[in-house]
Design a protein around this ligand. Structure first.
Ligand code: 3PG
Length: 414
């Protein structure tokens, strides 16, 4: 285990009979209609860490978050996650739909040696979101007064964080417990940091970033970083990000899509889009066409023919060809966020063709983020990619040299 960072590894402590608070990232891609988990990659990756603690005789309280297909819809309980963990660990992991209230605390107090429980979705707590969104910028010591930390820290002997995928989130569950409890990072954290450090030090140029998906705040955060630090030679915008950027450039997307964008409060990304397009006109490549559904068929339309009142759900063939050519010439390709709604067969083409191009490209590819990894597993052989990372937002920020709140907090741990 690499430990250049001076962060303690999980095997540093003896957990026999001790209460351990374990923060993992098992935030998984969800089917938009059924709200069921569609990819278990992050759950699978958390198994060795939980198993290690159970075998070491710990009483484990697991904390985690789960989002929805869009940003900030954090309403999904972790019931299914508990079921999947129970199956994979071959032992019962209970779920309690309470993050740190009296019921959760009682459950934790009653844990026996070698038992684990998952507490409620952390994102039920506004303090978990508002802090990293800078709506309520709490100082590190102020985070100790949050509901989560006040209630859980006194019940615990150790804090383990193995949630590298959320390392960019300055939330109490990620950065506060280290101030109070002896802390260590889990094996997945070290694996990801070691693998990504190698790519970050010597990325072959040109470095191409494929930024798509519906998590538009993440794509914009990344874009800002990789453009301003000079890490990106080309950004291939797709998904909702591509649509909003086209809108910022003056393209009328039609009333249906425009209404959809406005209703989700995504107009706030128009101004940053204009700035990036003004400052980096050569580097940002935008879609040339879109796909939508008409009478059960996939139809494509060039942006020159807009506006039409359709709900675009994928990029079209002209965009795919243009992006494929750029990917073929890339030295390094970083992917975060699919090109369209690939779970629907009518709209899988963009993601499938782009991912296939990345898998067969000569450049080194790094795929990150839940949906992007799902697409890689669905359409390609995962071994054809250079590295598959559990993290999306955290990965790209790490690669752009941004200091990640989790890493900073772990370095300063008690
Ligand atoms: C991710 O999916 O990138 C991590 O789980 C973090 O999720 P978030 O973007 O909702 O903070």
């Amino acid at each position: 285990m690499s430990n250049k960072l001076g962060i303690k590894p999980i095997d540093y402590y003896d957990y026999q009979g001790k209460n351990v608070l374990l923060r993992v990232d098992i935030n998984s891609p969800i089917d938009p209609a059924t709200k069921k988990i569609v990819n278990e990659n992050r759950i699978n990756k958390s198994i060795p860490t939980i198993q290690y603690l159970l075998d070491a005789g710990a009483k484990v309280a697991i904390i985690a978050h789960q989002g929805d297909t869009l940003d900030y819809q954090n309403l999904i309980p972790l019931t299914e996650h508990a079921e999947k963990l129970s199956e994979k660990l071959n032992c019962r992991i209970d779920y309690i739909d309470d993050v740190c209230g009296p019921a959760a605390c009682e459950k934790v107090k009653n844990l026996k040696v070698g038992e684990a429980v998952i507490l409620g979705n952390l994102r039920y707590l506004t303090e978990e979101i508002s802090t990293f969104e800078e709506v309520v910028p709490l100082k590190a010591e102020e985070m100790l007064s949050t509901y989560l930390v006040r209630n859980l820290a006194p019940l615990m002997n150790y804090y383990i964080n193995d949630a590298f995928a959320a390392a960019h989130r300055n939330a109490p569950s990620m950065v506060a417990f280290q101030q109070l409890l002896p802390s260590a990072a889990g094996p997945l954290f070290f694996n990801e940091v070691t693998a990504l450090s190698k790519v970050m030090e010597t990325p072959d140029r040109p470095a191409v970033f494929v930024l798509g998906g519906a998590k538009i705040s993440d794509a914009f955060g990344m874009m800002k970083q990789v453009l301003s630090t000079g890490k990106a030679d080309k950004i291939l915008a797709c998904g909702v990000t591509g649509e909003v950027m086209l809108m910022a450039k003056g393209t009328d997307l039609g009333s249906v899509k425009t209404k959809w964008i406005k209703e989700r409060g995504l107009e706030k990304f128009l101004q940053p889009s204009k700035e990036y397009l003004r400052d980096y006109p050569e580097k940002i490549i935008l879609p040339e066409d879109f796909a939508y559904e008409a009478q059960g068929q996939r139809c494509e339309i060039n942006i020159n023919q807009l506006p039409v009142d359709q709900m675009y759900m994928d990029i079209g063939e002209a965009t795919i060809s243009k992006y494929q050519a750029i990917i073929a010439d890339a030295g390094t390709i970083f992917v975060n966020g699919p090109a369209g709604a690939f779970e629907n067969p009518l709209f899988e083409k963009g993601t499938k063709d782009i991912w296939t191009a990345i898998a067969s490209a000569k450049g080194y590819s790094v795929v990150g983020g839940g949906d992007s990894v799902s697409a890689a597993q669905k359409f390609c052989q995962t071994q054809d990619f250079g590295y598959i990372c559990t993290a999306g937002g955290a990965m790209v920020r790490f690669l752009s040299g941004v200091k990640l709140p989790l890493i900073e907090a772990m370095k300063k741990a008690k």
